[in-house]
Structures are given as C-alpha cells and as structure tokens.
Design a protein around this ligand. Structure first.
Ligand code: 5GP
Length: 113
C-alpha cells in the first residue's frame, strides 16, 4: 500500500502538474528533475500499490495500461523508441512509494541506464 506520497497530491490536483496523458486510471507528467531529453512519469491514480512488484501481482492489466500510455507518449514526444524504468525498493533508488514508470526517450545512448 502506498502511503500519502507526493504523487497522491499530484493525482488529486493538490500539486499541479502538466498532464501529458490521462486515462480513467493513469496519468503522466514530466519528471521534475529530468534525466533524459524526454523523462515522463507514468503512474496509476490509485494509491493502492507502492511498487511495481505489488502492481504486477495485484493488477497486471493496470501495469499493461501504464506500458501502453508510455508507448503512446514515446510516439508523441520522441521517435517511438523508449526505455521504461521501475525502481523497486529504496536500495534500488526508489524514493516515492507510489508505483511509477520512468519513461525515458529521445537521444538515449546505447547501454546507458
Ligand atoms: P524514484 O526515485 O522513486 O524512482 O523516482 C521518483 C521521481 O519523482 C524522481 O525522478 C523525482 O525527480 C520525481 N519527483 C519527485 N517529486 C516530484 C514532484 O513533485 N513533481 C514531479 N513532477 N516529479 C517529482
């Protein structure tokens, strides 16, 4: 279960963001600290899942929807190719415990993370 995170405030609108994509269950917005020419966060609106392990077990269809939204955004904002990163756990660099995909695209160098 995700606690009361900054992403819950973004979903509720308490913290305004540019909504680059939105479906009934998913929103996407630019990362505040971009690590690639295109760096977009794609998140479920529900606060039910802290990380991708929980999401994959609890609602694989919602995980598939996140991937589909990411693919559309990569087509709109880059050449269609993209990298999706899920940090799973604090020791893997996760800082916000509301599951999110980092969509990275545009001029990625081969082999970089
Ligand atoms: P994590 O390290 O948990 O995988 O990724 C969290 C991401 O959320 C980081 O890349 C960070 O820059 C981004 N982030 C944290 N707070 C905010 C915020 O208030 N607005 C936006 N747009 N991104 C945020």
């Amino acid at each position: 279960m995700a606690a009361d995170t900054v992403f819950a405030k973004i979903v509720s609108g308490e913290i305004p963001v540019e909504r680059l994509a939105e479906t009934e269950r998913v929103i996407a917005f630019p990362d505040i600290s971009p690590q690639a020419p295109v760096h977009i966060l794609v998140i479920p609106k529900t606060t039910e899942y802290a990380d991708v392990t929980e999401l994959a077990a609890g609602d694989p269809g919602l995980l598939a929807e996140i991937v589909a939204v990411a693919r559309r955004l990569a087509e709109q904002h880059a050449d269609g190719d993209f990298r999706l990163v899920f940090n799973n756990g604090a020791n893997a660099g996760q800082t916000v415990f509301h599951v999110h995909a980092h969509l990275l695209a545009g001029g990625l160098t081969e082999g970089s993370l």
